[in-house]
Write a protein that binds this ligand. Sequence first.
Ligand code: 9WN
Length: 441
Amino acid sequence: GTRPLDPPVPAGTADLTLRRGAARVLIRNWAGASTVPSRTLYPHQWSWDSAFVAIGLRHLSPRRAQRELETLLGAQWEDGRVPHIVFNPAVPLGAYFPSPDFWRSSQAGAAAGAPAAPETSGIVQPPVHALAAWLVHEADPAESVRRGFLARLYPRLAAWHRYLTTARDLGGAGLAAVVHPWEPGMDNSPCWDGPLSRITPADPASFRRADLDHGDADDRPTDVDYGRYVRLAADYRDRGYADSDHAFAVEDPCVNALLIVSEHALARIAAETGADPLVHERRAGQLTDALVGRLWDADAGLFLCRDLVGGGLVRERSVAGLVPLIVPGLPEDIVRTLLGTLDGPHFRAADTGLVASYALSGRAFDRTRYWRGPAWFNTAWLIGRGLRLHGADDRAERLRTAFLAAAGTSGFAEYVDPVTGEGRGTRDFAWTAALTLDLLA
Ligand code: 9WN
């Protein structure tokens, strides 16, 4: 209890400190036209990071949030793909691997319409961008209209979704496939262990990891995994980034759920800019049916990944299988089952606070290693949105409280131990700070 002589603590002081800290991270990580995920570990622009960053930046500066997305989409390829990294030419080559001289986008990607500049990677990340663009617009519609923000972005976002639903419809059922473990943004998820086991790792002497200069080796993917990432990326590059003959191709529920939510956002953007919203609503509906038809697994209690090369569903419980909670119009029994899985023995979200990236009960669970257990802030934010969408406000509030506490005590960590909440990975991580600002708004 409070003693009478304790100075009164004004309401909201903790929030104010947290908000200031988060704003400071975004200001420090701003690189002039976009935000770096981390000043040390990730010194370029990353695709889905920028979408999450824009969602937070809009509370500080809607103008800067627009710029963030414009810079990313300015590096779009003519075939519609939005690269997962846009390289800053001022950063030394050795600061991050793979660097521009590995991807060689302006040359190797010429047939796919890579820009002459800037240099980019040739793979993609989850399509959170139309959702982010809509949320940025909503933060200051007058400024957005004045700058023609949505009108300029709409054709680019539409081309991006077209790429994903045509060139990347490798399974033929309408869902977008990912062709590299970096694409779904969950690099070393145990879901990729099976599909990756068929890939011969590149010779370790042929490349040098830069991530270990800044990150703890126990928190990062292993060398064998890296060898396989390099092999897949080099093969894709050597095929001119053509979407055929992929040795790794997976339909991921998180990627497709984000595509659906972004397709709904694109419908709103279309309506706002005088284009036809119905094509987007229709596609969102078709994608939702395909997601449920192809990736839902009632026995597992969540959505699973589908391995298009080996065939069949990947029987691993990953947070990616819970993210479809953000999809509007899911069948009610699926929503009920997902809520049960979230708080049940595999994820125990009610006890742990944030949501583990991989089931605590899973065979490959590892509390410290990246996407094999640690809890991440972007997935918590997405699941929180899903909980609100389905009226589970108490759980959403619980998750929000846990998110803000973990973000503050960990110094805006990249991820946290899912059991103790202890910070892991890099600090002053941009999307952790950005989504903190969003939850405080
Ligand atoms: C590879 C930037 C990115 C995130 C990913 C996260 C990590 C890169 C890496 O960092 O991936 O793209 O070097 O491990 O897994 O989700 O976008 O923050």
